[in-house]
Write a protein that binds this ligand. Structure first.
Ligand SMILES: C[S@@+](CC[C@H](N)C(=O)[O-])C[C@H]1O[C@@H](n2cnc3c(N)ncnc32)[C@H](O)[C@@H]1O
Length: 244
């Protein structure tokens, strides 16, 4: 798997899962703050459901749904919700978390491939705190697959760590990870991966998306929220079609 090997590891306890899902900011025993964490992520989901105007005509796909805390807000509004994740332990947790929403489906996926979801069947894809781990190549392969599942005119929202916005004197989002990175073997850690928003703005139209909005948030404003609309199929050069 190209990146995020960390997420493919066994997550044996709720503590493991919360640490993976929300990082170090809730301390060493996040399971003791489960309800607070749940409510905090749910509030994020409510904000996005409002921003993206999710309603009962929509089919929504939460890409990298983690513990399902954010997803709950989409389940409350949408006709149907697909939860997609690499790690089956997260999906088991989320299945339980969202058991009161029968219109929700759960799919374990391999890297950048969601065969369980039909072409052009999704109105809105939302991915919070997932693309923050992605290299440019991960953006490429995942945006191609998400273009496939979205209907034309459908919306893709994701948050990413914008390398263009990082200032070493105001490094809020990356500070913790720089020391972890220094002591890790490349790729073995729980790594944030800053990517240039400028490069993604150039990539998106080549993959059949138009840019609707970008917005910088978080401490240091290093995290970019990106909203794209699908305009059509990707315009891939021959060499690239041969290698995907
Ligand atoms: C930091 S958690 C975020 C979870 C949730 N979206 C939230 O905001 O609370 C990242 C999630 O994305 C999943 N993930 C990481 N890389 C992925 C990939 N390439 N494709 C799909 N899911 C991925 C992880 O297994 C994990 O559940």
């Amino acid at each position: 798997m190209p990146t995020n090997t960390w997420y493919a590891h066994d997550l044996d306890t709720v503590r493991d899962m919360l640490c993976a899902c929300i990082g170090p900011k809730w301390g060493d025993a996040p399971e003791e703050k489960l309800e607070e964490i749940r409510q905090s992520r749910y509030a994020q989901g409510k904000r996005l459901a409002h921003l993206l105007k999710i309603n009962d005509s929509h089919t929504v796909l939460d890409f990298g749904s983690g513990c399902g805390f954010v997803t709950r807000a989409f389940c409350e509004k949408a006709a149907k919700v697909h939860c997609v994740d690499l790690n089956p332990k997260f999906l088991d947790f989320t299945r339980n978390e969202l058991s009161s929403f029968p219109q929700t489906e759960f799919h374990r996926i391999e890297y950048a491939s969601i065969p369980q979801v039909a072409d052009e069947s999704i109105d809105i894809v939302i991915s919070t705190a997932v693309f923050i781990h992605f290299l440019y190549y991960d953006f490429l392969f995942n945006l191609i697959e998400l273009n496939r599942v979205l209907r034309t005119g459908g919306i893709l929202y994701f948050s990413m760590l914008d390398a263009d916005a990082i200032d070493l004197h105001n490094p809020a989002a990356i500070q913790n990870h720089i020391s972890i990175y220094k002591d890790s073997v490349r790729g073995d850690g729980f790594m944030l991966q800053p990517s240039s928003l400028t490069s993604i703005k150039k990539l998106a139209p080549q993959l059949g998306f138009e840019l609707i909005n970008t917005n910088h948030i978080g401490a240091g404003e290093n995290v970019a929220e990106v909203t794209l609309r699908k305009t059509g199929a990707p315009d891939l050069p021959e060499w690239l079609r041969d290698c995907i």
